[in-house]
Structures are given as structure tokens and as C-alpha cells.
Design a binder for this molecule. Structure first.
Ligand SMILES: Nc1ncnc2c1ncn2[C@@H]1O[C@H](COP(=O)(O)OP(=O)(O)O)[C@@H](O)[C@H]1O
Ligand SMILES: [Mg+2]
Length: 219
């Protein structure tokens, strides 16, 4: 097996990189795939901490390791895991603060760019679009998708943003992740929304749909 590498990446913090990395990591692992989430934000270590909250009789479904966030050699560090996993998901630190995003994109198969549907956040992703454009020249197989996160479909703002974003230049996932309390609750139980039962049913559905899309893109 040779792992498919997914970079969850954006310029700024707070757009949901760790949340999406852990949801996808957990959901793909529950499909009997070997998944590694590589926590590239060691200063915060949120993915590591998230997994450490899980109880020993129900551990987090994916392995989670820390990778250094000061080196530009992450592509080499990832190579040592590549034969042991089906998927490696790299929870990148904000690219505005770190060089690792660039080195992850050298070996990634897919870049997922979570973005909140408001003008400031959309404008903020112009830099990432440029970086991905530069890295595609070195890593021709690199695919990329924007992922709308914290979507609140009933607001005028979201509707306006969704209209303009289709011309942004990076393809959009069909799946949108909505703003839901269960996403913020999942880290507290060291699991994913699937572990929160009935109250999370809409979230479970959208994560399952996202998982399917990701696997299809990487086929
Ligand atoms: N879809 C969502 N609905 C509600 N809260 C969310 C959602 N996605 C992320 N959050 C919350 O937003 C905050 C930032 O998310 P996080 O995944 O840590 O972002 P990043 O890793 O990009 O800094 C966290 O408190 C998280 O629980
Ligand atoms: Mg994070």
C-alpha cells in the first residue's frame, strides 16, 4: 500500500483545519482503512490532544502523530509512513506562520482548503490559491478543493458568497459543512460526530458525503 496524502491547509487559523482533518481521519478509518493524521501544529497540538481524550477501550479510530512545524523537510518525514497507511491527512499550521505547508504540497495528492463563507475569509484564500498554483508545477498530480465550513445557508451573506466563489479558480466540494455545535463537542469526547449519536445525524450525513467525495477524487 502507498498512502494517499491529503493536506488540510489554509493561510489562517480558525477555519476548521483540525476539525476537518480529524472528522475525515476518523470517518475514513471507520471504513477499515489505515489512516494517519499528522499534526503539523505542534505548538497547539490540537489533533494530538483531541485523540488523547479518547478512552482506551474506544481509541480514536485513526493514528495521530506530531510532525515538526519548523522544518521544510516534511515531505521527507512523511515518506517513512507512506507504506504503513492507506491515507495520511496532514493538519497543516496556518501557512502565514509556517513553511511546512509548502513542503507538504510537494507530496500531497489532494489539498483541502476549508473556508468560512464570508468575504474576508474568501479574500484570505487568494494566497493559498497562488501557493497551490506554484506547487502544481512541481507536483503535477496535486488536486485541490475548497471546502465551505461553518456554513449557515439561511443568511444573505452565505448566498452571495456561494454565488461568487464558483469563479474563484479552485473547485468546490459539493458537500458543505454547516455550522453545528456537535463539531465543537466532538474533541471533548475524543471522537468524531459519529460518536455523538442521533443529535449529530445531519453532521454525520455531511461528513459521510465528504468522505465519499474525497475517496472518489483520490481513486
Ligand atoms: N462546522 C463547524 N461548526 C461549528 N464549529 C466549528 C466547525 N468547524 C470548526 N468549528 C470550531 O471552530 C474553532 C476552530 O476550528 P479548528 O478546527 O480548530 O480550526 P483551525 O485548525 O483551522 O485553527 C473550534 O472551536 C472548532 O470547534
Ligand atoms: Mg488547528
Amino acid at each position: 500500500m502507498t498512502a494517499k496524502i491529503i493536506a488540510v491547509i489554509n493561510r489562517k487559523g480558525g477555519c476548521g483545519k483540525t476539525t476537518i482533518s480529524m472528522m475525515l481521519g476518523g470517518a475514513i478509518a471507520n471504513k477499515k482503512k489505515k489512516v494517519l493524521v499528522a499534526d503539523g501544529n505542534s505548538e497547539q497540538g490540537s489533533a494530538i490532544r483531541w485523540a488523547s481524550v479518547a478512552s482506551s477501550d474506544k481509541p480514536f479510530p485513526a493514528d495521530v502523530v506530531e510532525i515538526g512545524d519548523t522544518t521544510d523537510q516534511i515531505h521527507n518525514e512523511l515518506r517513512k509512513y507512506i507504506y504503513d497507511y492507506d491515507f495520511i491527512i496532514v493538519d497543516c499550521p496556518p501557512t502565514a506562520q509556517s513553511v511546512i505547508g509548502e513542503s507538504v504540497l510537494l507530496v500531497a495528492d489532494l489539498a483541502i482548503v476549508p473556508v468560512e463563507p464570508n468575504p474576508l475569509d474568501i479574500w484570505g484564500t487568494v494566497g493559498i490559491k497562488k501557493l497551490i498554483g506554484e506547487m502544481v508545477i512541481k507536483n503535477i498530480g496535486l488536486k485541490s478543493r475548497l471546502l465551505i465550513n461553518k456554513c449557515n445557508p439561511n443568511t444573505r451573506l452565505t448566498k452571495d458568497v456561494l454565488e461568487i466563489i464558483s469563479d474563484f479558480g479552485i473547485e468546490l466540494f459539493n458537500t458543505k459543512i454547516h455550522k453545528r455545535t456537535v463539531y465543537a463537542e466532538a474533541p471533548a469526547i475524543g471522537g468524531i460526530v459519529h460518536d455523538l449519536g442521533y443529535k449529530a445525524k445531519e453532521a454525520i450525513q455531511e461528513i459521510d458525503q465528504l468522505t465519499k467525495e474525497v475517496i472518489k477524487i483520490l481513486k
